[in-house]
Design a protein. Sequence first.
Length: 203
Amino acid sequence: MPDNVETQFRARYRSMEDGTKEEYLGVFELLKKFAVGLADRILAALESLKNSYTGEMVNRYVHSLQTATRAHRDGRDEEYVVASLLHDVGDMLAAENHSEYAASILKPYVRPHTHWIIRRHGLFQGYYYFHHFGIDRNAHEKFRDHPAYQMCRDFCDKYDQTSFDPDYDTMPLKAFAPMVRRLFAREPWGAHAKEQGGYGERI
């Protein structure tokens, strides 16, 4: 068969309401194959942080690596370390709500409390600078009764807000890449997602 002949399945519907079950099964099968490359796409997105906004002692890429390095050296588990690595990956496309962006990527692959930490870290991080702009630096206190409250405080205090040091011995991305690949090789919404009370909703 000539190389230029398209053999891959393609649905024929032009409106979703016209799609058949067989067509959707075909599309979902291709989605599964596409998903295999998720870790590579995420690592590339992380690399793109080298081109994020400037003004601090390290760029967002180094900040992300440094945050993960500190968490790793403090004995946090692999899921936590990968979440630390990716916590600011949304800065390129969602600067105003980067916490939500990163958390949504992680959600199917991590425990609920890990997702919650990343989802809320932007608010908790505000403790260190909100007061300079007339914003309540303790706004995060409304979540004090959440079971992951202290975990988020610790993430921001020990790893995130301290990771702007150009002299810190930061681990390279290649040290974390295998962890990223293992995390995103998990079954989405698998056993991990059912821990800690599970997710109330997926979307």
